[in-house]
Ligand binder design. Sequence first.
Ligand SMILES: Nc1ncnc2c1ncn2[C@@H]1O[C@H](COP(=O)(O)OP(=O)(O)OP(=O)(O)O)[C@@H](O)[C@H]1O
Length: 275
Amino acid sequence: MNHNAWLAALTGELRRHGVGPDLTGHVVAEAATHLTESGEHPLRVFGPPDAYARAVADSLGGPDRRPPHRRPGPVRLAAQGITKRYRGRTVLDRVDLTVRAGEIAAVVGANGSGKSTFLRICAGLVSPDAGTVRVHGALGYCPQDGGTAEFLDADEHFALVGGGRGLTRDTARRAGRAGAAALDWSPPAGTQARHLSGGTRQKLNLVLARLGEPEVLLLDEPYQGFDRGTYLDFWHEVWRWRDAGKAIVVVTHLLNQLDRVDLVLDLTTPRERAA
Ligand SMILES: Nc1ncnc2c1ncn2[C@@H]1O[C@H](COP(=O)(O)OP(=O)(O)OP(=O)(O)O)[C@@H](O)[C@H]1O
């Protein structure tokens, strides 16, 4: 089955599973972009179209809904009045978000609405033109892509990033391997990151973001390339972290019903909404 046949089958399966036309378009476009960029085979990355469509449908509120919301704790992330312009175009216009310990916030919006830019500003990687970000506690950031070093294997990543967070080599390796196991991944010793599939590199990114148990987690579409089982494992992990008192921000396209999270920041502009 080639890319186009797989994408056509995915479109049909998503509709058959009751996913609306807009979201189906988003999901198929995301998958197409990932396949074009990675050059990987769809069956290897996403599995059969029916299984992937079922995972997406589940994420929209099947039987596997989030557990009850616990009482949130102190403010961990406070972004106020965030404004960013690129080449005279306003990408973010006075955006506010406050996330407390024990809360999950989703950042949603159309392609190019500034979701990644907002997260990068919260992570301190990009300066806003106006506004402030205050983070209370350590911060872990999982980028949409990149973020791994081509010639290092998983254990070397754990040691390097863990070392930066005050963990010994052994502790970092144990924590990294436990995080990987929670995503159903056993990193092979000696396999450099450049030889991992796109989805597995994202698992590595996610595990690295969590090393040292930071209080605030910023996750930029971390599940791209995950198969269905890993995608569901991912949400169970996010809920576990939330219940352990972490403040979590997830950029996502897939959750327009958003019943798995506590807060939603929608960056769609009124003009885009009217279009
Ligand atoms: N460093 C940069 N220089 C110039 N323009 C940029 C830069 N970074 C982002 N942009 C522009 O800002 C806008 C928002 O980009 P961003 O990646 O934050 O959107 P997004 O909502 O995350 O998109 P997507 O859903 O496609 O991932 C886009 O028009 C993008 O081209």
